[in-house]
Design a protein around this ligand. Structure first.
Ligand code: FAD
Length: 382
């Protein structure tokens, strides 16, 4: 038996491992992908259950060292969500004729993982994309490359790295597994609908040219960054993250995957070699180090992680941290994200055809809160 819906992370390890190729990852009404088994072709081999990380969580590291890091290459740091560690690791692996597997927007701006050996692809891999990515179609290609002894860097959410770990079923010397501190993954359907509404509102339907959900022109800290979307007609949408409806719904857990409410992959110890995150709180811990241009948290779990970090470390300014310091201002490192109380109402309205932006507003700002906000604004005169 595969796990019930509330625990399935959608990592897709079951679908990738099926020797009959009879498991399809199919989106439900909320837009999250779940395994669908074709019972006529299933031979009950049990492979899908054996690789499921929700039921068989991989072993996690016992010792982790932590530091804050800023890439000295300011152009790379400026384009990265945090301190630009991903790009440095990826360049290193590519310089060894290896492969990098990470998340990109496809031509329809859906989030998906791809595998590349080409440095030109790193630009589209950079940056956090706030919709659940489909990673498992890449798993067989990664296994084939690893069997041939090729270096591979995989970057994904903690449940995706656990899924790949279970799918591979053994450790490979040449694999660098990197996960992230993860708040949770938003619905791909909500992202798709939101972007479609943005296009109509901002650019009369013009095609999207580029998307940056962690734009640093207004600063990097969680209080400062912006959302920026550029369109082919030259127009642009730019909004502070606290005002952008999609980001607001994301951070308030309105449309995260159900399994994110009881994530089994939190903690300082991980099954990955390295964990990346935002160095939130560095402004209090070491104000002299923080320049509001992006600081990464780097959690080093294994020998392979240590070697990978040492290889890129000369390209970084660093500051030593303890795990307690790292987790204190980054609760997503340790705690799951409980669903917003209006989550069910939100998806019911969406299914009934309500516009997504207005539905987000209605669920996050119920009338009584709107009245209060208006009164406060009135008193303050804005
Ligand atoms: C959904 C999501 C939630 C996150 N929540 C937190 C959080 O609560 N706290 C925190 O400290 N950090 C969080 N992060 C991680 C953080 O935003 C940065 O991605 C991370 O610190 C790496 O930054 P960087 O500057 O080294 O690299 P960047 O250049 O920013 O690279 C980001 C890496 O993440 C991969 N990636 C991007 N989007 C996705 C996706 N949807 N699914 C899988 N992989 C993806 C990219 O392919 C790339 O490898 C989250 C990231 C995502 C995608």
């Amino acid at each position: 038996m595969l796990p019930e819906k509330a625990r399935c992370t959608g990592c897709g390890a079951c679908a990738a491992a099926c020797p009959q190729n009879c498991i399809a990852m199919t989106a439900d009404a909320e837009g999250f992908r779940y395994p669908q088994i074709d019972a006529d072709r299933c031979i009950s081999c049990g492979m899908c259950e054996a690789v499921c990380p929700a039921d068989h969580a991989p072993a996690v590291s016992q010792e982790t060292s932590v530091l804050a890091a800023q890439n000295r290459d300011e152009a790379v740091r400026g384009q990265s969500s945090s301190g630009g560690v991903f790009t440095a690791l990826a360049r290193q692996v590519l310089s060894e004729d290896g492969l990098v597997c990470a998340a990109v927007y496809d031509e329809a701006h859906r989030v998906t993982h791809v595998v590349t050996g080409r440095p030109e692809e790193l630009g589209r891999m950079r940056g956090a994309k706030y919709a659940q990515s489909a990673a498992e179609p890449c798993f067989p290609e990664l296994r084939d490359a690893l069997k041939k002894g090729r270096s591979v860097l995989f970057v994904g959410t903690p449940c995706q790295t656990a899924g790949l770990d279970r799918f591979l079923g053994r450790k490979y010397e040449s694999l660098l597994l990197v996960d992230m501190i993860c708040h949770g993954v938003p619905s791909p359907l909500v992202w798709e609908k939101y972007l479609a509404e943005r296009r109509r509102t901002d650019a009369a339907g013009a095609a999207v040219r580029d998307i940056d959900l962690r734009n640093k022109e207004t600063g990097w800290s969680r209080y400062a960054y912006s959302v920026k979307i550029g369109y082919e007609d030259g127009s642009q949408y730019r909004m502070h993250q606290a005002q952008d409806p999609f980001l607001r719904g994301f951070v308030q857990n309105l449309y995260l995957r159900p399994s994110c409410a009881q994530c089994g992959f939190k903690g300082i110890g991980r099954c990955s070699d390295l964990t990346l995150g935002d160095g939130w709180g560095i402004w209090d811990i070491a104000p002299e180090f923080d320049d509001d241009k992006g600081t990464s948290l780097v959690l080093i779990h294994t020998e392979a992680g240590r070697r990978a970090w040492d290889a890129v470390a000369p390209g970084f300014r660093t500051y030593p941290l303890t795990a307690e310091q790292a987790a204190a201002q980054n609760p997503s490192a340790l705690r799951s994200s409980p669903a917003h109380p209006e989550r069910e109402r939100f998806f019911a309205s969406l299914e009934a055809g309500a516009p997504v932006t207005e539905t987000i507003r209605q669920c996050l700002d119920p009338p009584e809160k709107r009245g209060l906000l208006q009164r406060i604004r009135g008193k303050l005169g804005f």
